[in-house]
Design a protein around this ligand. Structure first.
Ligand code: AMP
Ligand code: ZN
Length: 134
């Protein structure tokens, strides 16, 4: 898509540090500079979020995420990874091209990658009735 920063990265119009690439997926360094090794995995076709993603594209994307995660632990000196995604503005998505954040982790690195929640506002049984797939 013309005005999409990740589409521009995919087509080479905007430079990026490519970590992994195949026919369907690109993984590149996130420029946030917030944590060592922060990467983004994106489908090469413009898809806004998980809600618009077809099963085949999702499959390819997650294959690439696994490949890079395996590489981090096998060759990159890491013990784990955090995989993060924001789909939709309400979830904090700032770039409207579907992406999975990959954060490599090392034992004792002190990184707090888990969101800090304020505490549930509703009774769990009430929420369960609303969100369970019937
Ligand atoms: P989100 O807030 O989940 O949509 O994440 C968007 C991410 O894209 C942020 O972590 C940004 O640092 C990252 N980002 C934005 N522009 C670029 C860019 N040109 N190259 C690499 N990462 C980028
Ligand atoms: Zn795009």
């Amino acid at each position: 898509m013309k005005d999409c920063i990740f589409c521009k990265i995919i087509c080479g119009e905007v430079p990026s540090m490519k970590v992994y690439e195949d026919e369907h997926t690109l993984v590149f360094m996130d420029i946030a500079g917030d944590v060592d090794g922060h990467m983004l995995a994106v489908p090469k076709k413009h898809i806004r979020s998980i809600f618009d993603c077809d099963a085949e594209t999702l499959h390819h994307l997650m294959d690439a995420v696994k490949r890079v995660s395996d590489h981090c632990t096998e060759k990159g000196g890491c013990d784990g990874v955090n995989l993060l995604n924001a789909s939709g503005e309400s979830a904090g998505q700032s770039v409207p091209h579907f992406h999975i954040h990959i954060i490599p982790r090392k034992k004792g690195d002190g990184i707090d990658a888990w969101p800090h929640f304020a505490g549930a506002a509703h009774d769990i049984a009430e929420t369960y009735e609303q969100i369970r797939v019937k």
